[in-house]
Design a protein around this ligand. Sequence first.
Ligand code: BES
Ligand code: MN
Ligand code: ZN
Length: 499
Amino acid sequence: MSDAVKVGFVPFSAAPKGVLVVFSDETLKFGPATRKALGAAVETVKRAATASKFKGKSGSALDILAPEGLKLDRLIVAGTGKKGDLKDEDYIKIGGATIGRLKSNVEAVTIIAELPDGPLQPGQISSIASGIRLRAYRFDRYKTKKKDDDKKLTAQISLAVADVAAARKDFARNDQIVDGVLVARELVNEPPNVLFPAEFARRAAQLRKLGVQVDILDVKAMTKLGMGALLGVSQGSAQDGRMVVMRWNGGKKSDKPVAFIGKGVCFDTGGISIKSAGGMEDMKGDMAGAACVVGLMHALAGRKARVNVVGAIGLVENMPDGNAQRPGDIVTSMSGQTIEIINTDAEGRLVLADVLWYVGQKFKPKFMVDLATLTGAIMVALGTDHAGLFSNNDELSERLTKAGRATGEHVWRMPLGPEYDKQIDSKFADMKNTGGRNGGSITAAQFLQRFVDDIPWAHLDIAGTGMGAPSTDINTSWGSGFGVRLLDQLVADHYEDKR
Ligand code: BES
Ligand code: MN
Ligand code: ZN
């Protein structure tokens, strides 16, 4: 993420140039550092506020070009709403919205991190800085002729703060988390001719630079393990599948790891049960779960999280060819359970079945969380703001829900239960890979549950949130990087050593 926007910190006293952004709430007052920076121009600003009926409402802004008496190109007064109304989770959006107001050609931006009641705290400043970096991200590698909207912001961005050292220290950790999100977004956005399984595995191996142990298993190794479910999906593609196992050991040696598993279908044509042409290009993002796991490992290793973590991703391409698997085929998963293939387009659960089983048996983790763009049905149920959460464990579910509220990466719990089993029982094998139209996301999760034993487990269906969701204050990218901040928060809140 070397070309991504960086954020610097300067003292309140530093003289701003270019664009200055200051905050005011509905009292329309300014804090002391802001008053000092504006000097006599405060009166100009007050007149402009009256003239444009600026009331300090949240999301509104007063925009003054070449303000009289100031050596600035532009002054933006951003409203923060009612006094004292801001919640911790709002600051990241403020950072994002601020960047959203700028054109790509600005050279320097200073943002005074102060509300009328006084300076912001390091955590709040870090959130603003995170929002800035997240919003500024553009995927433009393949645009040779850039229109203004495509251009990356190259401005030098400074947050003016009361305590520069404290702000830098706090943000160092958030900076790594943002890098992790951007790593995930980049992987989701890449086209499928570039990012096939072997290339994805090579990109994951970059984590070695951060001290992550990365093992790449090829078809031969997976055949030896008996991963018939994953390999059945992969066999119709000219690109061989891979499984990548990433390990970050930041915790005590004796501590069981936590584990994250991702669906990495680098392209999903549906296979022999082929999808219709409309929108099929979006299926390059069918590896958003795996991308999140790589981004999360980046964040955790980058900030040296005090926890042992396993990340495992199943990478395949689901293609129709003469060697592709057929509806009616019966495959044997690594767990020994047999699966009748009804629809080759229900491939994600087949990939996850073997990776979940492998991780559960090999690492006996404290918990497993898998992420997958698993079903179109989850979008019908929950839209694009909440990921579907399915779990065999109430505590893990509650922790995920809470982390979702704190990060704005929302999850909503859906049911599981033996009542759904009959939909996936098969006449010919232990189970079939689809359960019919009704409750499509639930029967998919119910299928996965058969491969987790009794390990606390949660499945996040991110088909609606991981890609193609509408833009927000902190994301305008097609690949959202959903899940990285959520799961980093889960780990930070509950699973790190307090040394
Ligand atoms: N990758 C798709 C799910 C998907 C659809 C993700 C749209 C993102 C956007 C998955 O492999 C799939 O094809 N699921 C089928 C399952 C069905 C055949 C039981 C679906 O949802 O239609
Ligand atoms: Mn599919
Ligand atoms: Zn798929």
